[in-house]
Design a protein around this ligand. Sequence first.
Ligand SMILES: [Zn+2]
Length: 272
Amino acid sequence: MSNWSSKERYILRIKRTKKDDVISSDLIYFANSKKTMKLDILAFGAHPDDIEISVGGTIISEVRQGKKVGLIDLTRGELGTRGTPDIRDLEAMNAAKLMGVHVRENLGLADGLFELNNENKFKVIDAIRRYQPDIVITNAPHDRHPDHGRGAALVVEAAFLAGLYKLQAPGVHSEPWRPKVVYQYMQFVLHTPDFVYDISEVVDDKIACIKAHISQFYNPESLEPQTLIASEHFLNNIKYRASEFGIQAGFSYGEPFMVKRLPGVKSLSALW
Ligand SMILES: [Zn+2]
């Protein structure tokens, strides 16, 4: 236990003593725990609320269909105007519990400043190899926040490199693994999607997961500075946008995705 960081001990102490904050034994939060398990889906976000905003409904639906799903946040969002890294860690864990995912980790890259360098690629490669996902989900190719596009580039590159068996480095899980596909979600800037995922049944659960990030979103009681995403309009816009993409695909609410590889189907009935 002596090699744990003080941050890990802090999180684990909360896990034991605060009944409302009990996290499942499967839920860990710091990358140096080096957990290994086979997942169906591994979703990445540059910041601790990106996944909830963009694909919270998809994640909830997939978990309810029995898929094993993990989340990886690249940074702790320490440059965010509201909240602190400690508060955001707890909010991310609470959101993970609501979504029912099997694991959530934070790679601890530098918010706003992380680079597309080998050190960071190795961290993402290690995570992909440890969790062996068939599907990787990540940020949009470019977006309002520059971390989103850079984070996506890091994950897309790492998803390929993770399959190269000769790529070995200290601290990186040695067994190669390449996901079958990488899907990219849409967060702020509008893109043309390649498909839309039906979240009609879970749209309110998605909003609840977003609201678990109490420090970040609309809260009339908050004394922190006003930000674009903390406005009531931003929260409403998430639902409007899900409605807009949903109706284009014949659903009440939907989440749009982009695909790097040409999508293929084995039955025309698989597309609606
Ligand atoms: Zn973000």
